[in-house]
Write a protein that binds this ligand. Sequence first.
Ligand SMILES: Cc1cc2nc3c(=O)[nH]c(=O)nc-3n(C[C@H](O)[C@H](O)[C@H](O)COP(=O)(O)OP(=O)(O)OC[C@H]3O[C@@H](n4cnc5c(N)ncnc54)[C@H](O)[C@@H]3O)c2cc1C
Length: 459
Amino acid sequence: MGKNHNTQTGQLTYSGWGRYPKQEASLVEPSSRDEFATCLAMSDPREQKTIARGAGRSYGDSALSEILLSTRYLDNFSSLETSESGHSTLRCAAGLSLAQILETIVPKGLFLPVLPGAKAVTVGGAIASDIHGKNHHIDGSFCDHVDSLRLLLASGEVVDCSRSHHSELFHATCGGIGLTGIVLDASICLTPLSSLAITQSSLIASNLEECMELMEQHLKAKYSVAWIDCLAKGAAKGRSVLYLGEHLPASENNARSKPQALKRRSEINIPFNAPSMLLNRYSMAAFNSSYYALKKSLPATAKIDYDKFFFPLERLRNWNRLYGAKGFLQYQLVLPLATAREGLHAILERVARAGKGSFLSVLKRFGKGNSNLLSFPIEGYTLAMDFKVEDSLFPLLDELDALVLAHGGRLYLTKDARMSAEFFRQTYPEWERFAELKAKCDPDQKFSSLQSRRLGLTR
Ligand SMILES: Cc1cc2nc3c(=O)[nH]c(=O)nc-3n(C[C@H](O)[C@H](O)[C@H](O)COP(=O)(O)OP(=O)(O)OC[C@H]3O[C@@H](n4cnc5c(N)ncnc54)[C@H](O)[C@@H]3O)c2cc1C
């Protein structure tokens, strides 16, 4: 996570993965539930607000406040149980990363049902953002596989929550961006893993229509994600490479034989901020064109290690420095099925015209959403684009907001650093229920982030 020391205040400056915005804060690292409760009892919300901090892989300001309560030392495994019907459940602390969990469960032939593109993400962060993977159209989001969780409230009380017990608190905490309390631990349902290898098929689509058509045709594929050239114009608008993936059947590869994926892959480090002038419409367009041409020429099917399939960016350590010292924003939107085609055309048109592209623009097909109050997914299409921070970016994003709103969509809170309170309220219909619950469980508003203040959810 990004941090810099300020020698005058003794505080450090923190940011999310996008390195925008930055905030001076005190990081506290309690190592037990009691220490967390003591920290909360000692904090005065009239002076300083507090928010939980996992691995800092959220892009914007959802894990930024004056006091950051790190979950780093909430790192123990409690139990791994398999029922008679063969269902395995893991109970573990919220500060464990998904990588640590995989290291433990993969050799046992088990897997996490939902994985994001970064394995440093913690269980608490995965729950607070109700994250999704490349299989949302089949398996839903992370919290759909969480049976129960223990939540430390601002009062110091610990509450067990599940769909049947304190269910309102459960549905507010899942996707609740850290505002209901500190998730201490959780029970997560695991899935059997047939193999460490994934069969990946790459399908080339010469425009957006083709890509969406292919995604609809392959709805049964376990994993599906498209890289999209967001700078291509005219007939080539939305040209993309759709990656489909399936776990290799056990008969073809033994999951427990040799955990290749657990070996350390060689890494390339980005040692300093790239000069931001290198990132302009020409270099981005050249990159996108070359990537598309390269993928077109490569074999359409490959057997690859799961680590490479799920976490392709992990080899490029600190890749967030590529966007220069001011950082970058990830703009991730979702549009419902009925309006997605038209809306995505309009959005890609506007982005290509502005010439503000990104290396990595990703399109995914979402399945049905769930009943968590602030969860992001709705059935439709989600598009994520990275943009380097510069003054001229913000008016463009305001224009994109208008298009998202007009097409009934919304933005992903865990990637957000600039959406307005008004836009949030217009696009998250359950925000009032969430705010009511927040008022009940945290009346003094101890838990408050830069984001929650901007969105009008806290003071
Ligand atoms: C390269 C990359 C790829 C990604 N790919 C995906 C993807 O495919 N799908 C997806 O959905 N997301 C993706 N993300 C986003 C990431 O999964 C989420 O932002 C996730 O919440 C980050 O977890 P974290 O542990 O780093 O939490 P942080 O960034 O530290 O915090 C995120 C939020 O969780 C809260 N929080 C953290 N721990 C707790 C806790 N114990 N109790 C209560 N609240 C807590 C924080 O207060 C904050 O609101 C990606 C991020 C990166 C950097």
